[in-house]
Design a protein around this ligand. Structure first.
Ligand code: F6P
Length: 342
């Protein structure tokens, strides 16, 4: 059997772990051959390939990014796109696809499966917002980077008696902010799921300053004040209809300074730093186990499924379960955080 592998959407640490595990196990245990498709769905759409053998993948476990490249190309939005994917597979003798991606990439995989193409998924996203899996690889690394940054920002904030505002990724789901806020003992954590009250945030900041501490505020890029609107760069929407978010930290800063004129603040946008570099051990292991599970699914003909972490086990669940609805931060998790913030 010949398997085409691709990585789509925003990259994240751990992608190479999946590729490596899939190729090593697929070759050794099942005699599969592999074709690397370059740059996400653009690969099968345009026939862009790269060699994928055990020799190529053996040492890539600690390497950040993806050796296959990525893109936000959407074959469903391209005229005749699905048929082009099908004909590329036929020309290259590719029997099945392993699509490693988030909501968008796996949404395409779900559609291709419905169109009769053999496909299995592996979920990735630093945002941790995919349903049907407890955690996605990339998330642990992103949170660790954000916590390290917050620890550093907190000490310089304390030296200068400043409120430090730290903007992290998280478009619709605030998991990165939630975990960072808890692990870095932020005084305030703001997420997209709970529009914030600026007066209440200002009161908390004042209280922290009054007791001689420097406020640390973590905010998701998609967090908004109650009644506020999404803040973005105005750049074109991508092929999946997403805007490019930017600026919530500065908006929060302006709102706080209006209410507390003596407040000294600095805003740090962590952005793509959270997606770069080597994965944590946790993400290396989760990525590896996801790749191994995906190969078992292919060997067993269990197509239209995705490798999901449920408790401590990696199991196959229907792709549609993962892509139907985003997994967002629950009120219970926000309530937990509230008890150790402020
Ligand atoms: O992959 C998800 C994500 O990291 C979001 O958190 C963020 O909004 C987006 O990707 C950024 O995308 P890009 O790399 O296209 O700027």
């Amino acid at each position: 059997m010949r398997i085409g592998v691709l990585t789509g959407g925003g990259d994240c640490p751990g992608l190479n772990a999946v590729i490596r595990a899939a190729v090593l196990k697929g070759t050794e245990a099942h005699g599969f051959e592999f074709v690397g498709f370059r740059d996400g769905w653009k690969g099968p759409l345009e026939g862009l390939t790269t060699e994928l053998t055990p020799e190529v993948v053996r040492h890539i476990l600690p390497v950040g990014g993806t050796i296959l490249g990525s893109s936000r190309t959407n074959p469903v939005k391209v005229e005749g796109g699905i048929e082009r994917v099908r004909s590329t597979m036929a020309e290259l003798g590719v029997d099945a696809l392993l699509a490693i991606g988030g909501e968008d990439t796996l949404g395409v995989a779900t559609r291709l499966h419905a169109e009769g193409i053999k496909v299995v998924g592996a979920p990735k996203t630093i945002d941790n917002d995919l349903s049907a899996t407890d955690y996605t690889f990339g998330f642990d690394t992103a949170v660790q980077i954000a916590v390290d940054a917050c620890d550093r920002l907190a000490t310089t904030g304390a030296s200068h008696h400043r409120a430090m505002i730290v903007e992290v990724m998280g478009r619709h789901a605030g998991w990165i902010a939630l975990h960072t806020g808890m692990a870095a003992s932020a005084h305030v954590t703001l997420v997209p799921e709970a529009p914030y009250d600026l007066d209440a945030v200002a009161a908390t900041v004042k209280g922290v300053l009054d007791r001689g501490e420097a406020p640390l505020i973590v905010i998701s890029e998609g967090a908004l004040p109650a009644g506020g609107e999404v803040v973005h760069t105005g750049a074109e929407l991508d092929a999946f209809g997403h805007v490019q978010l930017k600026g919530v930290g500065e908006i929060l800063e302006r709102g706080l300074v209006e209410r507390l004129p003596d407040l000294a603040t600095r805003v740090t946008v962590l952005g793509h730093l959270l997606r770069g570099g080597t994965p944590t051990a946790y993400d290396r292991i989760l990525g590896t186990r996801s790749g191994l599970s995906a190969i078992t699914a292919i060997a067993e003909g269990n197509f239209g499924t995705m490798a999901a972490l449920v408790g401590t086990e990696v199991v196959q669940v229907p792709l549609a379960d993962a892509t139907g609805e985003l997994k967002v931060v629950t009120p219970a998790r926000l309530d937990e955080l509230a008890h150790v913030s402020g």
